[in-house]
Design a protein around this ligand. Structure first.
Ligand SMILES: NC(=O)c1ccc[n+]([C@@H]2O[C@H](COP(=O)([O-])OP(=O)(O)OC[C@H]3O[C@@H](n4cnc5c(N)ncnc54)[C@H](OP(=O)(O)O)[C@@H]3O)[C@@H](O)[C@H]2O)c1
Length: 267
């Protein structure tokens, strides 16, 4: 089968955790051209070699620091030059740190918003313009339950994820008539290297381990959304306990706040 007939999926955050696991699932499940994006070129190339050797996927790597927002449209252009189309953009790259709101420094604030919010907006725009020309496409964005259920010590991370949720909700309505789906996936805690960056984060994931998901569960959900035909959900909140917590937060905000302070003040 020629490269042009394969579904082209660009995955950011493909060097680790959820993005890497989803790339593996997609390579196993169907006939894709995968574009793997993250900063760590070595990890991307190692994964690309492995996937090319053990599946029918064509794999391209595109090392990029997504906080360099002005370089994102050129990445989309490079994919189009090489593969001719862009069917799915799976935006997984993200980072955060849990710190008191009054202590987090400006560089960290800017970095989290650049990566978790602005890169998502710029990539959605560049990819969306191409998808409108094609008449179809999917924009899948991994945000976080933190953006729906803010907790102490997560202010900046939660705000950056909340912002991309709101952006995606508006984008979804604008693109509906163009045949382009926009779906946000908000996972609760997932066991990944995300928490390796500080002792506070390591303590947090240990404290919530009984609620945490395996990375494969989230990767399978994302792979299913990539493969899904027909109508797409606008939002996926997972796991079920987090979905319940979100409904509680919406309808009983004072009770939810009390429960958060009493039981979810782990960070
Ligand atoms: N783990 C959780 O509990 C959890 C829960 C809810 C939501 N999420 C979200 O899920 C997504 C994936 O997280 P994960 O758990 O898989 O974490 P992870 O294992 O730390 O993976 C993060 C990915 O983002 C990439 N990345 C980080 N900074 C980047 C930058 N400046 N430019 C380009 N790529 C960058 C990393 O690659 P490089 O370092 O190679 O650049 C890596 O591939 C994130 O958006 C996170 O906010 C995670």
């Amino acid at each position: 089968m020629s490269q042009l007939s394969k579904t082209v999926v660009l995955i950011t955050g493909a060097s680790s955790g959820i993005g890497e696991a989803t790339a593996r699932k997609l390579a196993q499940q169907s006939n894709f051209s995968l574009v793997l994006v993250a900063r760590n070129q070595q990890k991307l190339e190692t994964l690309a070699e492995e996937l090319s050797a053990h599946s029918s996927a064509d794999v391209m790597v595109y090392p990029l620091d997504l906080t360099k927002l002005e370089l994102i449209p050129a990445m989309v252009e490079a994919v189009l030059n090489r593969l001719g189309r862009l069917d799915v953009v799976l935006q997984v790259a993200g980072a955060g740190d849990f710190k008191p709101a009054l202590d987090i420094n400006l560089e960290e604030v800017v970095n989290q918003f650049q990566l978790n919010t602005l890169a998502g907006i710029v990539l959605s725009q560049a990819a969306g313009q191409q998808m409108v020309k094609q008449g179809n496409g999917k924009i899948l964005i991994v945000a976080s339950m933190s953006g729906k259920l803010p907790t102490p010590q997560s202010s900046v991370y939660a705000a950056s994820k909340s912002a991309i949720n709101t952006y995606a909700a508006a984008l979804e309505m604008e693109l509906e008539s163009s045949g382009i789906a926009v779906t946000v996936v908000n996972p609760g805690p997932v066991r990944t290297p995300f928490f390796d960056h500080s002792s506070t984060m390591q303590d947090y994931i240990q404290n919530v381990d009984r609620f945490a998901m395996d990375v494969d569960q989230v990767a399978q959900k994302l792979a299913n959304l990539v493969l899904k035909t027909g109508s797409m959900p606008r939002e996926v909140n997972m796991p079920f306990t987090m979905r319940l917590a979100y409904w509680g937060h919406r309808f009983f905000p004072n009770l939810a706040r009390w429960l958060t302070m009493r039981f979810a003040n782990f960070k």
